[in-house]
Design a binder for this molecule. Structure first.
Ligand code: NAD
Ligand code: 89Y
Length: 347
């Protein structure tokens, strides 16, 4: 079986994780390889090409798509560039992976999904947090039914890690934590508890050096009966720095589960109390503390290739991710007005 051929656009801070994962997937006969790279910054393009041994390089995505025979493009630029690049790929009939957040606003997101649907090309948003091993373990406990019907939950990300050092653009936008990180935590809430009927949010800015909000607390009433608190912060000076762990607490009709600091999963069910270490694998190219995120990058890219070969929709297809994006918009809307909102208003 031939490897699928991909072109990667955007060789910045996060792209090395995609490229390391692609390098791993190229070792599988039913995997994929990156045959061309694109970045408008020549130094970044040259560095990535040298590190990952990709000979074909482009400063312009249009030129890459015109010259290369690709099965997919992997877009790893920041959000302002996403719509134009997704639409370009759709015009060339090439499947797309687009990094999160899918766009600066949901109108652009809808246009991107429509463009791919019209062109008949697959589109996946690179929403990787739900592919982290500890969160997959939580989902498996829910699926097993041992804690019964969930009725309450909390999904929490609290950190003081300096993300601005690696991603300086995060300090500049009017929107910060909900758009950048909350999008993952809200998607995790959807992954665990399903769709949301009502959302209320409160935000604040603690760090004076950033333009957007760095603390957000959200109350989600899910359609299937779970009420969940979803909270995230980049201004938490806690005794133990947990970046980038997502903690989870769920109560159900027959038991409960907690995903605690250090990837410790505790499940209470009618059978008793079970404790397990659900730490992510430290892949050979990964670095602590990013290793759980890095493993999830490999997992989601493998999933995309499997779906492309099978002709099935990825779990975080563009149309699915619009529902997560609607929660982001609903959170900003609620925080601005103080009102509880139905995310369907934004979908
Ligand atoms: P970055 O600014 O470091 O890199 C982006 C690169 O894209 C730059 O080198 C820039 O020159 C290039 N670029 C921008 N527009 C282009 C265009 N039209 N054509 C060609 N090249 C272009 O950004 P980053 O920190 O690597 O983030 C990229 C994306 O990854 C963001 O959307 C961010 O939110 C996301 N991200 C995701 C995770 C995750 O876990 N899923 C983690 C970090 C970042
Ligand atoms: O950009 C963000 C992401 O997607 O995961 C963590 C991050 O790098 C900083 O918040």
């Amino acid at each position: 079986m031939a490897l699928l051929r991909g072109g990667l656009i955007g060789c910045g801070f996060f792209a090395s994780n995609h490229l390391n994962a692609w390098r791993e997937l190229a070792r599988h006969p039913d995997g994929a390889e990156i045959v061309a790279l694109c970045d408008r910054d020549p130094a970044r393009l040259a560095a990535a090409a040298a590190e990952f041994g990709v000979a074909r390089r482009y400063a312009d995505a249009q030129a890459m798509l015109a010259a290369e025979k690709l099965d997919f493009v992997d877009i790893v630029t920041t959000a302002p560039a996403h719509r134009a690049l997704v639409e370009l790929a759709a015009r060339h009939g090439v499947a797309v992976i687009c990094q999160k957040p899918m766009a600066p606003d949901i109108a652009d997101g809808r246009a991107m999904v429509e463009a791919c649907e019209r062109a008949g090309v697959a589109m996946m948003v690179h929403e990787n947090f739900r592919w982290q091993a500890p969160l997959l373990a939580v989902r498996a406990v829910l699926d097993s039914g041992v804690i019964g019907r969930p009725f309450w939950g909390r999904v929490s990300f609290r950190s003081g890690y300096d993300v601005i050092a690696g991603q300086p653009y995060l300090a500049e936008g009017k929107r910060f934590i909900i758009e950048d990180l909350g999008v993952h935590v809200l998607d995790t809430a959807r992954f665990l508890f399903g769709e949301v009927a009502r959302l209320t949010a409160s935000t604040t800015t603690v760090n004076p050096a950033i333009a957007g909000e760095d603390v957000a607390t959200m109350l989600l009433v899910h359609r299937d009966g779970v009420t969940a608190v979803v909270d995230c912060s980049y201004s938490s000076r806690r005794a133990r720095e947990l970046f980038p762990e997502v903690l989870v607490d769920i109560e159900g009709s027959d038991g409960s589960l907690q995903l605690d600091a250090g990837y410790a999963l505790t499940v209470r069910s009618p059978a008793g109390i079970e404790q397990r270490d659900v730490s992510p694998t430290l892949l050979p190219w990964a670095q602590v503390p990013w290793h759980g995120v890095q493993e999830s990058v490999l997992n989601i890219q493998r999933h995309f290739i499997d779906c492309l070969r099978a002709g099935t929709a990825p779990a975080t297809a563009g149309s699915d991710n619009l529902k997560t994006f609607a929660l982001v918009e609903a959170a900003y809307g609620s925080a601005a007005t103080g009102e509880t909102v139905d995310p369907a208003r934004f979908a």
